[in-house]
Design a protein around this ligand. Structure first.
Ligand SMILES: O=c1ccn([C@@H]2O[C@H](COP(=O)(O)O)[C@@H](O)[C@H]2O)c(=O)[nH]1
Length: 600
């Protein structure tokens, strides 16, 4: 980048879209994979790089899938469509509903128009009971047994009104492909612990001991297709994989993961491949396999690819043009989503953002940091409005994971607000905390801890996996020739690093092998990267260390903040009851209130 990094990305030139570098490799069974879509169903609409790489709408994707199904028919091979969860939280289409509505209720209706063969539940389907219930009643039945939640339950009243806990979707699915191949599928979620009351998540290590699980994997299919909201590195997939391998040493196993928002691919053995396909409708994953007779241990032929989700990609791989690409279903999905955006008033204008604010392409803190904009400017301003406590010095803490996307210069709308900051979390406070203690709490929250992989994921530091991926990518030398026109974007290297070790069957250490070759469908130049702390704070008030301040924090940070207050002092034992509501302003309103006042 060179020079002052806070100035170098103030406004990027509009980007062009680079086409894919080579055709896809087709096999006997081919899979198109989406994950962590988080409501980005109208695609990425900004003109600054790398956004146009991801500008395909769900309607464009639907047309792509229809044409790919035709190609599969012509080739006489199987093509399956799989999603691995986190449909909720992320854009105005999911979160911009009017009062009394339910997150993703309307956007899910469009998602359900795609011919998914298999879906798995994500953690964002479990943060709020009403969202899970809405999925259970209105979305999941549309998939006729193919929406899986192997280890996630919902509590509902039975016919007599007594509460019973039942799987949100199905525990497993067994089906035959068009070509008659037998498939056994599971839909597993990581050991998520922030789920709402009325939902339960069973630990994966316990799930694999269940009778239903052992029964489900007993008979040998042609393929085990394991979908799940669980990263393909550093998590519990080996528990499921090993349980199957014990009984079926040679059966092909395909794993489709999610949650950590990265492009990634690993191989737990020579007859298996695990693929993770990014986030936010930026990436469409492709996996193909050529099957054999399952008689020997020899390598199975797999291929994988990470497609940039845009029309140029879709047209390239289907051999179609602008003029004959759109199907009527695809067009109607895009038109319907645009109407939903209108109904939710997502074009509502807050102001003109004077520059780009990024989560990781500018240092934190800095004027170009979206985290600084949020916690140092927007939140203090918004929380001070009509607040009787505004005159008392405060120190505000939030998790950086609460901010989900960059803000681009120009018109800043309701949709931009909800993509940057989607969570409707209240702000709480604990009064009379000595300022020195408030600062110590922040430092303790950001202290690197030696957590197990499972605990890391449970505590939500999945963000760390994503940002480490961005960091590694920013160091990759692309070997671009002078004058070549690679655009900014993801530059994936599926490398097995020594730290990527997992416990195989909880006893034996194993390195997870990465997939060979280049996974990216389109070559790019990597984006700049700056590290981000897990917790961020407002500018310190100008008071002495002893001065009592209001310690203000986002509700999601309540548990760790109270735990650290109790670790760092012994005068008082703090409980959740000490945390009171600080302001009626919610987390996802703060930047809007600030933008209205400051970005004329
Ligand atoms: O209400 C909420 C819910 C979640 N978060 C934060 O989001 C990430 C997890 O999101 P993934 O898409 O599953 O990565 C994590 O940092 C949570 O703490 C939140 O801030 N508020």
């Amino acid at each position: 980048c060179g020079g002052d990094p806070t100035h170098s990305h103030r406004r990027r030139a509009p980007a062009v879209i680079t086409p894919p570098s080579r055709p896809l490799e087709w096999g006997d069974i081919n899979i198109i994979h989406t994950t962590d879509t988080h409501g980005w169903l109208l695609g990425h609409q900004k003109k600054s790089a790398p956004e146009p790489n991801y500008s395909g709408t769900l309607g464009d994707f639907s047309s792509f899938v229809t044409h790919m199904k035709d190609v599969a028919l012509k080739k006489d091979v199987d093509l399956l469509l799989v999603d691995t969860g986190d449909l909720h939280d992320g854009t105005g289409l999911t979160d911009g509903y009017p009062a009394g509505g339910t997150d993703a209720h309307d956007s899910d209706k469009f998602f359900a128009q795609l011919p998914y063969d298999l879906l798995a539940i994500g953690n964002h389907e479990l943060y709020h009971y009403e969202d899970t219930l809405d999925m259970y009643k209105n979305f999941i039945p549309k998939f006729k047994g193919r929406y899986l939640s192997s280890n996630a339950n919902i509590t509902i009243p039975d016919s007599g009104g007594k509460p019973i806990s039942v799987p949100v979707g199905n525990r497993y699915a067994k089906f035959k492909t068009r070509k008659g191949r037998k498939v056994t599928s599971l839909g597993v979620i990581f050991d998520f612990t922030d789920n709402d009351k009325g939902t339960t998540v069973q630990k994966v290590q316990d799930m694999v001991k269940e009778k239903w699980f052992l029964n489900a994997i007993k008979d040998e299919p042609d393929l085990f297709l394991l979908a799940g909201h669980m990263p393909v590195q550093r998590n519990d997939w080996p528990l499921v994989f090993n349980a199957i391998r014990k009984i079926h040493p040679l059966t092909p196993i395909v794993i489709l993961g999610g949650h950590s928002h990265v492009r990634d691919c690993t191989q737990l053995d020579d007859r298996s491949m695990s693929l993770e396909s990014g986030r936010y409708m930026e990436t469409v994953g492709w996996l193909s396999t050529k099957l054999d007779d399952n008689k020997t241990k020899k390598k199975i032929d797999f291929s994988r690819r990470y497609l940039d989700a845009n029309r140029i990609t879709y047209e390239y791989h289907t051999g179609l043009k602008q003029t004959n690409f759109d199907t009527s279903l695809g067009k109607s999905i895009t038109v319907g989503l645009l109407a939903l955006a209108k109904k939710f008033n997502l074009g509502y204008f807050y102001g003109t953002a004077p520059r780009d604010y990024t989560l990781t392409q500018d240092p934190y803190p800095s004027t170009g940091s979206a985290l600084s904009l949020f916690i140092a400017n927007a939140v203090p301003y918004a929380l001070a409005q009509n607040n009787p406590r505004a005159k008392i010095p405060n120190f505000i803490i939030a998790n950086s994971g609460s901010q989900r996307f960059d803000i681009y210069s120009g018109s800043f709308t309701k949709n931009d607000l909800l993509t940057a900051s989607p969570y409707d979390d209240p702000f709480l406070y604990i009064p009379d905390i000595p300022f020195s203690l408030a600062k110590e709490v922040l430092a303790a929250l950001n202290k690197p801890s030696v957590k197990s992989d499972r605990a890391e994921l449970a505590s939500g530091s999945v963000n760390k996996i994503y940002t480490e991926w961005l960091r590694d990518m920013s160091k990759v030398k692309t070997g671009k020739k002078k004058g070549a026109s690679d655009t900014l974007g993801y530059v994936t290297r599926d490398v097995s690093l020594p730290c990527y070790l997992v416990f195989k069957a909880l006893t034996e250490l194993a390195t997870i092998k990465s997939c060979p070759g280049d996974g990216d469908d389109t070559p790019h130049t990597p984006l700049p990267y700056f590290p981000v702390p897990e917790y961020i704070s407002s500018k310190p008030p100008k008071v002495s260390d002893k001065t009592p301040v209001d310690l203000v924090f986002a509700n999601i940070a309540k548990k760790p903040i109270i735990a650290n207050l109790n670790l760092l002092q012994k005068v008082k034992v703090y409980t959740p009851l000490d945390a009171q509501k600080y302001s009626p302003v919610l987390l996802n309103e703060a930047i809007g209130i600030y933008a209205k006042a400051e970005w004329k």
